[in-house]
Each structure stands twice: as C-alpha cells, then as structure tokens.
Design a protein around this ligand. Structure first.
Ligand SMILES: NC(=O)c1ccc[n+]([C@@H]2O[C@H](COP(=O)([O-])OP(=O)(O)OC[C@H]3O[C@@H](n4cnc5c(N)ncnc54)[C@H](O)[C@@H]3O)[C@@H](O)[C@H]2O)c1
Length: 254
C-alpha cells in the first residue's frame, strides 16, 4: 500500500529545516512536486537541492508567511513552475525560550501569533479559492500537542497552537462541501532546532526532563512527522478531515 502523490504539487512552508524539510523530502519521495517556501532562502534552496538530488522535483521560494501579498505571489509562482497546487502544509512557526507568561514581552507574543497563527491563516486563505475551484485538495496545518495541553512557561506558543487546532476545525467544516480536507497534525517533542536549541538551550538535563514525559522513550524524528503528513495528503486518508492528530510517542493520548 504505497503512498502515491504523483502529479499533486504541494506547497510546504517552513521547509528550510526541521519538520518542514523532512515533509518536503518525504512528499517528494511519494512523487509530489514540492514548493519549498521559507524565510530562510539558503535553507530552502538546500532542501530543494536535496529533493532534486534524490530524483524528486522541487522549487525553492523565499517567503515571509506574514506578508499576504508575498504568499499569493509565491503560490502563483509555484503553480506556474510545478502545476496547480493540490495541497498546502503549514509548518512555519516560531517560539521563544520558556518563561512565565507575565514576563513575556508584548513584541514576542505578537511575533509568535503573527507567524504561527496569522501566517498560517494567510496561507490557508491564499490556497482555499484554488482548491475550491478544483473541488479537491488538502491542507495540513502543523499544530502541536502544546495546543491541547498546558506546557509550563510556554503560554504564547500553547495559545497560538490551540488557535491553529481550532481554526483548522472550522476551516475543515467550511471546506468539506467543496471536497477539500483540512487536518491539524500535532507533533510532540521532535528532534529539531526548536527543541534542541530554543526550548532546551542545548542543556542535556533539560532534554532529559522532556524525554521523561514521552512514554515511547524517545523524541520524534522529523521523518515520523513527515510520514503522517504524506498519508494525510494521500487518498488513503480521503475520509479524514477536521481532526487534530498527534505524533508524539504517547505524550498526549487524546
Ligand atoms: N520540534 C518540535 O518538537 C515541535 C513540536 C510540536 C510542534 N512543532 C511544530 O512543527 C513545525 C515545525 O517545527 P520545527 O521543529 O521544524 O521548527 P524549526 O525551527 O526547525 O523550523 C521552522 C522553520 O520555519 C521557518 N520560518 C519561521 N518564520 C517564518 C516566516 N515568517 N515565514 C516563513 N518561514 C518561517 C524557519 O525559517 C524554519 O525554517 C512548527 O509549526 C512547530 O510549531 C514542532
């Protein structure tokens, strides 16, 4: 039962590294042409080059997801180079090192909501009319288990990710009659810079505390996330929409 995404171009944000990069690579392995979009242009180019070297098709786009005009332009360019988009994966997000909510700078709070919520909304808004017109397609919004449970000292990120989950459900409700599915994929603690640098600051003791909260006893690898994304975009998941699905080694069992 292979996952076949041939002829289904996918636009992936935050694909210069981490989970987004793994998603771009795995989708391409399944045959999807991939638009690699990220603020980090050099990283996006590296991802696209890796996909191409592995025999896939990819184009890199420098994109700030908080810029509505730029989002539309990048999708237009991707459709010109790769064909009509079939799916969107919103992986771009930021967070700040953990701290009590009453010590969070307003500018940090606003930056997190700007990228993690507004940017994701703008990308969904830009692709929705294209998918509605074609009466097919999938949006996978990368949320987090942090949007389902309380994480100590991560109020802004938790609130933003809860917004992603609930926005995705309403979007799924609205787009279902048009044949378009929307799913929130919720990673648990995954081995990327976000965890290994920003959250734990590279401190092995801090990382050990996170590991202790994972029943499966290991961090998720970015590829653990990417395999679910590929499944969700494929026809194997053709009756799944409006769900918030965890890939977290049992951290959060609902
Ligand atoms: N790593 C984890 O443990 C974990 C857990 C739960 C959820 N997530 C979510 O998974 C997704 C990917 O996380 P990651 O760990 O790969 O993070 P990461 O920091 O490794 O990668 C994030 C990417 O987003 C890009 N980005 C940031 N701001 C942008 C903007 N304005 N426009 C375009 N691109 C921008 C960055 O350049 C980077 O390439 C995020 O939505 C994150 O919240 C991660």
């Amino acid at each position: 039962m292979d996952i076949d995404l041939k002829g289904r171009p996918v636009f992936v944000t935050g694909a210069a590294k981490g989970i987004g990069r793994a998603i771009a690579k795995v989708l391409a392995e399944c045959g999807a042409p991939v638009a690699v979009a990220d603020l980090d242009e050099a990283g996006a180019r590296e991802t696209a080059a890796a996909v191409t070297a592995a025999g896939g098709k990819a184009r890199a786009y420098k994109l700030d997801v908080t810029d509505e005009r730029a989002v539309g332009a990048a999708m237009d360019a991707a459709e010109k180079e790769l064909g009509p988009l079939y799916a969107l994966v919103n992986s771009a997000a930021i967070l700040i090192p953990p701290r009590p909510f009453h010590t969070i700078d307003l500018k940090d709070w606003e930056a997190i909501f700007s990228v993690d919520v507004k940017g994701l909304f703008l990308c969904c808004k830009a692709i929705a009319p294209r998918l509605i017109e074609r009466r097919r397609g999938v949006i996978v919004n990368i949320g987090s288990v942090a949007g389902k449970i309380q994480r100590l000292n991560m109020a802004a990120y938790c609130a933003a990710k809860a917004s992603v989950i609930h926005f995705s459900k309403v979007a799924a409700f609205e787009l279902a009659p048009h044949g378009v599915r929307v799913i929130a994929q919720c990673p648990g603690t995954t081995a990327t810079d976000m965890v290994l640098k920003t959250i734990t600051g590279g401190d092995p003791e801090a990382l050990a505390k996170w590991l202790a909260g994972i029943p499966m006893g290991r961090l998720a690898e970015p590829e653990d996330q990417a395999r679910l994304t590929a499944f969700l975009i494929s026809d194997l998941a053709s009756h799944i929409t409006g769900q918030a699905i965890n890939v977290d080694g049992g951290q959060v069992m609902w």
